[in-house]
Design a protein around this ligand. Sequence first.
Ligand code: FSX
Ligand code: SF4
Ligand code: F3S
Length: 379
Amino acid sequence: MLELNQIKSRLEALEKLPSLKSSNSIPKALEKAGFSRRDFMKWAGAMTAFLALPASFAPMVARAAELADRLPVVWLHMAECTGCSESLLRSDTPTIDSLIFDYISLEYHETVMAASGWQAEENLESAIEKHKGKYVLMVEGGIPMGDQESYLTVGPHGKTGYEIAKAASDNAYAILAIGTCSSFGGIQAARPNPSNSQPLSKVTNKTIINVPGCPPSEKNIVGNVLQLLLFKELPSLDVYNRPKWAYGLRIHDLCERRGRFDAGEFVHHFGDEGAKQGYCLYKVGCKGPYTFNNCSRERFNQHTSWPIQAGHGCIGCSEPNFWDTMGPFEEPMASRQFDPIFGLGADNVSDKIGIGVLTLTGVAVAAHAVIASMKKNEE
Ligand code: FSX
Ligand code: SF4
Ligand code: F3S
């Protein structure tokens, strides 16, 4: 009940704030894109379930989306591939998620804004000044630091990515690290990390909401914005600062091939009979048992598909340092328990504990896989 009243007063407070957009409104934008009010309410219902809120909250989720133009957002690009923005924006027809994102008051986003050079730099400074303490900062990409700080230099004044991210973080009301690069360093931080790229959490002492995935789904990006609109406060986070509503369960727990795993039905080689039958991809390297994300629920490309549906195992893209710890991507984890580089198995060094835990899980999963195969063979 407390939560409900909290949301109501939050929405009332948002309603009193001026719209930051001069043109368009959500109803108009929906109509223009061919969505009916019914489609929008259906979307709100699905989003409510996605955010793990009671179904009765759906009208408030819809209202929060309509008030998204009250929330100033600054989006920065650091060292990355822009796949996270693409995940959200590059759809052949607009989705309701992408319309909502359009509708958010994006005060600064290098990929979608028209300005460049001096003008872009000025836009960023004035957005930070104007919305000091009120804007949501979303950062995509890892950040070169220390002796390599100048490896990422942006704009006509030659500011480093670190300087820009630091100044923007200091004045933000909430900070989201969008994608695995910003959350954990990502591909450029992969061994030997020549650019000394670091996660956003190394730039500021403030709490950061990590939204990993390479890239994360549009629903996980938009869901986090809606969450801030509804509650103002940060959501409940896991040990890696990921919102529990999105990253609370393993890929393996939500996988459509899970029944195959339990029945001991495995793909042994890509293209074999098992692959054609949609068997479990564990033996060809699926890292779903070690990866926390909700990909099977929302999927990608407008709900079309996701890695496992497409026939390849999960490569663990929403886990810290997955480029280093989850490979080889087409071999099971258990086959490298005694990897000489990571020293898996007997390892108890603090920064390797996560890997140790994975190894234990790996042993358990491998044991399950063996038992499941034996059962299958007994049939
Ligand atoms: Fe990283 Fe996002 Fe992977 Fe790319 O920028 S999470 S490389 S999809 O685009 O940051
Ligand atoms: Fe799905 Fe991978 Fe788990 Fe198999 S191992 S059930 S493919 S997540
Ligand atoms: Fe990434 Fe695995 Fe999902 S590879 S996209 S977390 S299925």
